[in-house]
Design a binder for this molecule. Structure first.
Ligand SMILES: [Zn+2]
Length: 439
């Protein structure tokens, strides 16, 4: 059962002739197939772990006990283990920061509820710990630590696990995206229409779902996992494969950390189920289903936020909005996210080309330009959802700001698209006017 390394150029791919399947990882996540071939513990989005490598590391001194070796089986945690994991666990998030940056990061946190919050800068100021730092802060400011009597050490351990299980080699689906979605979710939870009805449990679930909604994302989409016969596609029977994995991984980490172990079992079960319902709502293939329900509720003025089910539905919509809100950010940040997501698409396309698989839509870097991808994304997914969100929130300043950025950003992509192709095609097959875009 040998593993054949067939490529090493930014991404490493492995071919398993026995299973006629391909598994891969990005540079830096170097791994080869384990002797046993199958993981005995929770399996991540990367199927193959080198047990020899783990043993070597285990003998090196720092990590020696059987228990600790077992922990390494999540290799994201192993390869990305920060000094936070190796050292003592601080009591508050800001203690994680280097002295020089503490003041600046702390200052940024005082403005965490503003829409132009620069998550990239925050990530740099926190030495790549934006997700842990942000969540500790938000849990504290929302009073969740006190309300749920959370153990700070367990909370920190859980958040580090989540952050470390994101693949920072992914240009887009990494821990900074999770932090960005969480920050957006925090902004949405403060919307007056919603805020006055939200219970601590709603806020806890909303923030937790946002933080964990893409955990252990492999950097490729579901069709890729299906056509390469990835074990996750088989496990979840080709239905919301990634989202199911993000959810079940989160539940695993919740249990492993013991974060909720002091709560009644009925309550933890309820939390796990609702977390699943929220994370599964981010499956973009279910967009029309949610959009249709949202429209019907708004048309009939049928949303009653005293009702827990209706609040849950709005939390699902809010998370969906937060997940695709990049085009509603200021241009400088929006553009970065656009380039990152396209880079991730192109990497998938390159792998598909290499393995002579059909190149997925939007993944061909020779055909699918960033402006064309973005204009299509805005037209068919972002605008329809945010038009309804605007109806729900009643044109609040935040919604107005988001819609304004969305309009301006689309105009800029159109101008760039026009410059590239010397025509005004907006990617939707219809001619459109090229707008002079401002900053
Ligand atoms: Zn996401």
């Amino acid at each position: 059962m040998s593993c054949l390394m067939v490529e090493r150029c930014g991404a490493i791919a492995f071919e398993s002739p026995e299973q006629n399947a391909i598994c891969f990882c990005t540079l830096g996540d170097a791994q080869v197939r384990g002797q046993a071939g199958v993981l005995s513990e929770r399996r991540g989005s990367f199927p193959f772990i080198d047990f020899r490598l783990l043993n070597t590391t285990a003998n090196s001194g720092e990590i020696g006990t059987k228990k600790k070796v077992k922990r390494l089986l999540s290799f994201q945690r192993y390869f990305h283990a920060s000094r936070l994991l190796r050292g003592t666990v601080p009591q508050t998030s800001l203690h994680l920061l280097d002295e020089d940056y503490l003041g600046q990061a702390g200052h940024m946190l005082s403005k965490v509820g503003t829409w132009n919050f620069d998550i990239f800068l925050f990530d740099r100021l926190t030495n790549g710990n934006s997700l842990v730092t942000l969540l500790c802060h938000l849990f504290n400011t929302h009073g969740l630590i006190h309300h749920f009597q959370l153990d700070m050490v367990k909370l920190h351990r859980f958040l580090v696990m989540v952050q470390e299980d994101y693949h920072n080699q992914n240009p887009y689906h990494n821990a900074v995206h999770a932090a960005d979605v969480t920050q957006a979710m925090h902004c949405y939870l403060k919307e007056p229409k919603l805020a006055r009805y939200l219970t601590p449990l709603d806020i806890f679930l909303g923030l937790l779902a946002a933080a964990a909604h893409d955990v252990d994302h492999p950097g490729v989409n579901q069709p890729f996992l299906v056509k390469t016969k990835h074990h996750l596609a088989s496990l979840y029977q080709n239905v919301s494969v990634l989202e199911n994995h993000h959810w079940r991984s989160t539940v695993g980490m919740l249990r492993e950390s013991g974060l909720l172990s002091h709560l009644p079992v009925e309550m933890t079960q309820e939390i796990e189920q609702q977390l699943g319902s929220l994370i599964l709502a981010t499956d973009i293939s279910r967009q029309n289903e949610f959009l249709g329900s949202f429209k019907i509720h708004l048309d009939n003025d049928a949303l009653s936020l005293e009702d827990a089910e209706h609040r849950h539905f709005i939390l699902q919509i809010a998370l969906k909005c937060a997940d695709i809100c990049n085009p509603c950010r200021v241009w400088e940040m929006s553009k970065q996210w656009s380039e990152r997501v396209c880079e991730e698409f192109y990497r998938q396309g390159d792998l598909e080309r290499k393995f002579e698989l059909e190149i997925s839509p939007l993944c061909n870097q020779h055909m699918d330009t960033v402006p064309a991808i973005q204009i299509g994304f805005m037209t068919y997914l972002v605008e329809p959802l945010f038009d309804e969100w605007r109806r729900f929130t009643d044109n609040t300043p935040l919604t107005e700001a988001m819609m304004s950025h969305l309009r301006k950003n689309k105009a800029r992509w159109r101008a760039l698209h026009h410059n590239q192709h010397h025509r005004g095609d907006d990617g939707s097959g219809q001619r459109s006017e090229v707008v002079e875009a401002g900053p």
